[in-house]
Design a protein around this ligand. Sequence first.
Ligand SMILES: N[C@@H](CCC(=O)N[C@@H](CS)C(=O)NCC(=O)O)C(=O)O
Length: 227
Amino acid sequence: MTDVETRSDGLPILYSFRRCPYAMRTRMALSKSQTVCALREVLLRDKPAEMMVASSKGTVPVIVLSDGTIIDESLDVMLWSLGKSDPDGWLQPQRGTLDDMMALISEADGPFKTHLDRYKYGTRYPGEQALDHRAAGLVFLQQLDTILAASSYLFGDRPALADIAIFPFVRQFANTDRDWFDALSLPALQAWLAGWLGSDLFKGVMQKWPVWQTGDTEPLFPQKDAA
Ligand SMILES: N[C@@H](CCC(=O)N[C@@H](CS)C(=O)NCC(=O)O)C(=O)O
């Protein structure tokens, strides 16, 4: 197989893994923008050949548009879909700018994610002290808590791109040791996290899909009005 597979009915194909935080944030943006895709749920240990032809770096999410355009970075898919339809103004925060949001997202995707991985998957990083990375990650969470003590969301009193982009990683950090996280004094961050976890938007993107195999008919995502 050498050609990238596209759909003739105009629907994008989305390669996704339900539990991946990058794929979660992407599905939240696709859901909000009501960008209907043919969803191919993959197993990371057994990625479909069709996905590897589209993007050889082998990470999810990947979206293949019907004209053959491939977008294989989660933030780029979010920006693409919200650029087409952004009903709640996620790209135009109430406070600050898109650039300001991108700067905070880079901190989350960069240093915070590094600490998260070394905290959560300590055994994969010999010589690294998981609890040192937990402490370092906590510094970032404290910054978020300070912001959220002053406004309901990271860039004002309504949700925006940064909330969606960062939330799945805070969720992962919290879930690594939920009792420890719940005992922290980060009331604004904890309330913000609980709000996202309980949201219809998040629940809608966390439904279970069967693993896609070549030839299977894909479920449509999002289902109508899932946002
Ligand atoms: N920078 C990429 C990162 C995506 C990523 O690393 N996804 C993980 C899953 S959460 C992955 O596909 N890893 C490949 C693997 O585990 O084989 C993005 O934002 O899309």
